[in-house]
Design a protein around this ligand. Structure first.
Ligand code: AMP
Length: 114
């Protein structure tokens, strides 16, 4: 069996994590190194390593992650907007090889990102 990813370990409560939402398909947890007052990672339970590993079967799952981001943003009071980001691959600054949608808010964002 493949070794669990960091996020699987957190989902399975093998490792500590600040989980604020979970359902059958995904978990939302606070980022340990927040880049804004709200920084939440929405992680599918399915350990898909990168966006390049997605298949057609995963299409509804990816949509679900965005709807969860919307719910978490509302619960966090992000009424004036927020940013959602997938970092993908080494050049995209991905560091955990289990896809996750960053939900970042509570401050004004700049553009372009670095
Ligand atoms: P990425 O660089 O897009 O792969 O994002 C990985 C994110 O996971 C980073 O923002 C890290 O701060 C965050 N992270 C790493 N370890 C943990 C942890 N134990 N609990 C919560 N977030 C973490």
């Amino acid at each position: 069996m493949a070794e669990k990813t960091l996020f699987q370990k957190i989902m399975d409560r093998d490792e500590q994590g600040d989980i604020l939402y979970e359902d059958d398909l995904c978990v939302a947890l606070r980022d340990i190194n927040p880049q804004a007052p709200t920084h939440v990672l929405i992680v599918p339970r399915k350990p898909i390593p990168t966006l390049d590993d997605l298949t057609e079967q995963d299409e509804p799952l990816v949509g679900h992650l965005f709807l969860v981001a919307q719910k978490v943003a509302a619960a966090e009071g992000l009424t004036d907007g927020y940013r959602t980001v997938f970092n993908n691959g080494r050049a995209g600054q991905q560091t955990v090889w289990h896809i996750h949608l960053h939900l970042i808010g509570g401050r004004r964002m700049s553009w372009p990102p670095g």
